[in-house]
Write a protein that binds this ligand. Structure first.
Ligand code: A2P
Length: 214
C-alpha cells in the first residue's frame, strides 16, 4: 500500500477536481489491508507491505493483520534518519526499506533551498577516508544499521558501484555521526502551489501520515 490515504476509485489514477485539488477516498486502510490479505490467500500475490505509514498507522495495521506486512518502505537517508520509526519497526519484527537513500537528486520538483545530500562535507570526508564515493558511504550506513536500501541509477557504472558496499565497515562513531546529520528533511512530499506558496498536497487528509512526529 503506497500511502495510508487513498484517491477516489476509478480508472484515473490521479483524479482531480476542476480547481486542481485531488479527489480523495476516505476508506480505512485496515479494510484495504484485509483485501490485500485475500490476494495472498488466492495466490495472486506473494508478499504485501506498507509504504509511507507512520508508527501509529503501522500498529493499527498490526492490530488486525493475519499476514504481517513484509516490509515498510519509507524515505530515509541521513537528513531524514527515521531513527524512531526504524526502532519501532525492528521491535515489531518488521524490516524497513529506505527509498531515495541518495536524496533523489534527479527529481524534477526540487525545492530551491534544499540541502544536497551527496555534497554533505562530512560524507565526502568519509568517502575520501575509505576511497569510496559519497553514495557508497550513504548506502553502507543503511546496510550496517540493518536497513534495506534501494538506490536508483540508470548508469551501469553507478549500479555496480552501489553494490560495492560490503568490503568496508564504518566505525561506531562514524555511524552515529552520520545519524546526527538528521534534520527531518523530506525530499519526497507531493507538493502543490496554493496562493503562490508550495504546500504539501495531501496534508489535509485525515490519514496523511506525516502530520505525526514519526
Ligand atoms: P543516474 O540514474 O543518472 O545514475 P535515489 O536513489 O536517492 O532516488 O537517487 C537516484 C539518483 O542518484 C539518480 O539521479 C542517480 O543518477 C543518482 N545516483 C545513483 N547512484 C549514484 C552514485 N553512486 N553516485 C552519484 N549519483 C548516483
Amino acid at each position: 500500500m503506497h500511502w495510508p490515504h487513498a484517491f477516489e476509485r476509478g480508472d484515473n489514477l490521479f483524479p482531480k477536481n476542476p480547481d486542481g485539488t485531488m479527489r480523495y477516498d476516505y476508506i480505512d486502510y485496515k479494510e484495504t489491508w484485509k483485501a490485500m490479505e485475500k490476494l495472498i490467500s488466492k495466490g495472486l500475490v506473494r508478499a504485501i507491505g506498507l509504504s509511507n505509514f507512520n508508527s501509529c498507522q503501522i500498529d493499527d495495521i498490526l492490530s488486525v493483520a493475519s499476514v504481517k506486512p513484509a516490509v515498510l518502505q519509507v524515505e530515509c537517508h541521513p537528513y531524514l534518519a527515521q531513527n524512531e520509526l526504524i526502532a519501532h519497526c525492528h521491535q515489531r519484527g518488521l524490516v524497513v526499506t529506505a527509498y531515495s537513500p541518495l536524496g533523489s537528486p534527479d527529481r524534477m520538483w526540487k525545492h530551491p533551498d534544499e540541502p544536497v545530500l551527496l555534497e554533505e562535507p562530512g560524507i565526502k570526508k568519509l568517502a575520501e577516508k575509505y576511497s569510496k564515493s559519497p553514495a557508497q558511504i550513504l548506502l553502507r550506513w543503511q546496510v550496517q544499521r540493518k536497513v534495506i536500501v534501494i538506490p536508483k541509477s540508470v548508469t551501469p557504472a553507478r549500479i555496480l558501484q552501489n553494490l560495492q558496499v560490503f568490503d568496508f565497515k564504518l566505525t561506531a562513531e562514524e555511524m552515529s555521526y552520520i545519524g546526527s546529520l538528521n534534520k527531518n528533511w523530506r525530499y519526497i512530499v507531493p507538493m502543490v502551489t496554493v496562493d503562490g506558496k508550495l504546500v504539501a498536497r495531501d496534508a489535509g487528509h485525515p490519514l496523511y501520515p506525516f502530520n505525526e512526529p514519526y
